[in-house]
Ligand binder design. Structure first.
Ligand SMILES: [Zn+2]
Length: 94
């Protein structure tokens, strides 16, 4: 029999610090140019971090500056606002 259970890749949410299947999480990526953005398809180039698809976890990670720590860079408020808007419309539509 060749029915090994598939290993599910797990990642930690920067908001609630829970380990969850990568697929359920939203990727936040720092591009090689140093730009921070949300990666809804999971295909963007760069260093990634993960959060739950919820504004709650996003705000937690934002307030505790965990994105900055993870990417070791400063993130402008305007960048946070853009990501918050994107996340809001994403969670409303699904
Ligand atoms: Zn979370």
């Amino acid at each position: 029999m060749n029915m090994k259970p598939k290993k599910i890749p797990m990642r930690m949410c920067l908001g609630c610090s829970e380990m969850k299947p990568k697929k359920e999480l939203l990727r936040v990526v720092k591009s090689p140019e140093g730009e921070i953005s949300l990666d809804f398809v999971g295909k963007k180039n760069g260093r990634g971090a993960y959060i739950c698809r919820s504004t709650e976890c996003y705000e937690k990670a934002r307030k505790s500056r965990r994105f900055e720590k993870t990417f070791s860079c400063k993130i402008e408020e305007s960048v946070y606002e853009v990501m918050a808007d994107e996340l809001r419309s994403e969670t409303e539509n699904s």
